[in-house]
Design a protein around this ligand. Structure first.
Ligand code: FES
Length: 127
């Protein structure tokens, strides 16, 4: 069972393979997910301190390519499975933003339908 270390919260055990955005939410951290986990809004972004996955979905790859600036390393938690212990920092929490809520709950499975790539296979890109 993976353990998540999120910001300055107490460690939290989550089901193996759970969608990271939902795992963070269920650990009591109101990370953004304004598009409902569709790799569109980027409010679910996290910075990894440990446990960054070696794989990335096509949807995440395309979104990062559009919006991530040089030197930025954040990832989309809606496009990641918590399949090992991880240490992450959230970027947008609903209670710190001018939002009514964090957004609609993402589905249990990664959406859009995940097409996985090894990040090293994307080495010709900016990450
Ligand atoms: S990009 Fe919108 S929830 Fe992840």
């Amino acid at each position: 069972m993976p353990t998540l270390h999120i910001d300055d919260q107490e460690p939290c055990d989550v089901d193996d393979g759970k969608r990271l955005v939902n795992a963070i939410t269920d650990c009591g951290v109101d990370v953004g997910h304004r598009c409902g986990g569709q790799a569109n809004c980027t409010t679910c972004r996290v910075r990894f301190r440990e446990g960054e996955p070696d794989v990335m979905t096509r949807a995440e790859h395309e979104k990062l390519d559009q919006v991530r600036q040089d030197g930025e390393t954040w990832r989309l938690s809606c496009q990641i499975k918590a399949d090992c212990s991880m240490r992450v920092e959230t970027v947008y929490r609903a209670n710190e933003q001018d939002w009514d809520d964090a957004g609609p709950r993402p589905a249990p499975q990664v959406e859009p339908e995940a097409e996985w790539f090894d990040r090293e296979a994307l080495a010709g890109d900016s990450y």
